[in-house]
Design a protein around this ligand. Structure first.
Ligand code: PLP
Length: 408
């Protein structure tokens, strides 16, 4: 019989939804042992619930959202997105026809990469990144050039590194702010620096701001598009994390600034948007209530006494007290990206590190190179589990590292 092989274009696409580490975790669980999972950013897996008003709104609306919507999305959802991105976030020159809803921000990131990139076009994406960006750009034939975020400077993008990597083939700069996996929120000066580089070289800016409503310590989020009225920008956002509705699948993108520069690209975006008919309409029906001022949603989690805040304090202190581990304090979301002293532990392969930790202590983390970080010296923890679970995991990690030497 003829074998069916995946398309060649997938050969360089790395996106670790599955893989040997998760297979191993499942094998351990199937043998009846508990795995402490610090690997998935899915609040529902850790007891966080969707606000009742959101569930009720979707239930009440189900009978009038049975059909396809316009391919960009329901007018009422896009009006709420307009009010938020233009009114609250100050993004300039947003028009209703340039707002699109999607089945999560993920669908729209893939869609824009397909619409934008020709084979070999370069796109600047941060390292570390949320790896969907690199995978989607690569799948579309783009050549991903990673610019460094600098751990010594609070994980802010290294502007000199960005500048040195712009070439005649560069089309766009991607900014993930607040960042997954570092959890850091960028100050306006850094964003302004990126805008200046984009302006100098005629690049478009794509901003993934899905964590902009999950800030702690009174920090404020600046949307990079609000600093760039004279550039063509696309801002991605969604409700998955801010309203604990990852499974509903609702996100959006907003085109802004000098829209006319993107006229041809927009034609391509509209074709692709129509080809998927529309995004999940019941999920669009909650946008208005979620972005309206009436529910505080996750805000209570993000202040002292709230789960995300307290868990961050715990994990940050616990990690920094382990010999050979150091970490920058995150401002946002629920991720932390610790550094390992690779000399001390003899680490040359972070996949092996994660596998050894899983096998010996049944703690599941994601290796740093999974986020396109170039060295095997980091790993990511999702600190959504409660403090008791985090404490068990940190005690296990400290014990594991007390005598770990890779290859020994
Ligand atoms: C930075 C970032 N962007 C986008 C997404 C995907 O979001 P959505 O659920 O809206 O597809 C995630 C999910 O973890 C993320 O961390």
């Amino acid at each position: 019989m003829r074998e069916f092989r995946k398309a060649d274009r997938l050969n360089d696409v790395h996106y670790e939804v599955r893989g040997p580490l998760l297979d191993e975790a499942e094998r351990i669980e199937a043998s009846g042992q508990r795995v402490l999972k610090l690997n998935i950013g899915n609040p529902a897996s850790f007891g966080f619930r969707t606000p009742q008003v959101v569930v009720d709104t979707m239930r009440d609306r189900l009978s009038d959202v049975e059909g396809y919507s316009s391919s960009r999305g329901l007018e009422e959802a896009r009006q709420a997105i307009f009010d938020y991105e233009s009114g609250v976030k100050g993004i300039p020159n947003v028009r209703m026809e340039n707002i699109y809803t999607g089945n999560g921000a993920s669908e729209l990131i893939n869609l824009v990469m397909t619409a934008l990139l020709n084979d070999g076009d370069e796109i600047l994406i941060p390292a570390p990144d949320y790896p969907l960006w690199t995978a989607a750009a690569t799948l579309s034939g783009g050549h991903v050039v990673h610019y460094l975020c600098d751990e010594q400077s609070n994980w802010y993008p290294d502007l000199d590194d960005i500048r040195s990597k712009v070439t005649a083939r560069t089309r766009a700069i991607v900014v993930i702010n607040p960042n997954n996996p570092s959890g850091v929120n960028y100050p306006p000066e850094i964003l302004q620096g990126i805008v200046d580089i984009a302006r100098e070289h005629g690049l478009m800016i794509m901003a993934d701001e899905i964590y902009d409503r999950l800030l702690m310590d009174g920090k404020r989020h600046t949307s990079i598009a609000s600093l760039a009225p004279d550039l063509f920008c696309i801002t991605f956002n969604g409700l998955s994390k801010s309203h604990m509705v990852c499974g509903y699948r609702i996100g959006w993108m907003v085109l802004s600034g000098r829209i006319e520069l993107g006229a041809d690209l927009i034609e391509g975006i509209n074709t692709l948007s129509s080809m998927r008919l529309c995004s999940n309409v019941p999920a669009q029906s909650i946008v208005k209530v979620c972005l309206g001022a009436s529910i505080s949603s996750t805000n209570d989690y993000l202040v002292p006494g709230g789960r995300i805040y307290d868990q961050r304090e715990y994990i940050y202190n616990a990690l920094n007290s382990i010999d050979g581990v150091s970490v920058t304090k995150p401002d946002a979301a629920f991720y932390i990206f610790p550094r390992l002293d690779v000399r001390r532990f003899g680490i040359t392969d972070d996949n092996q590190f994660a596998l050894d930790l899983l096998r010996r202590k049944r703690v599941l983390v994601v290796r740093g190179t999974g986020f396109n970080w170039p060295a095997p010296d980091h790993f990511r923890i999702v600190y959504l589990p409660d403090i008791d679970t985090l404490r068990q995991a940190m005690e296990a990690l400290a014990d594991f590292l007390s005598d770990y030497h890779q290859g020994a």
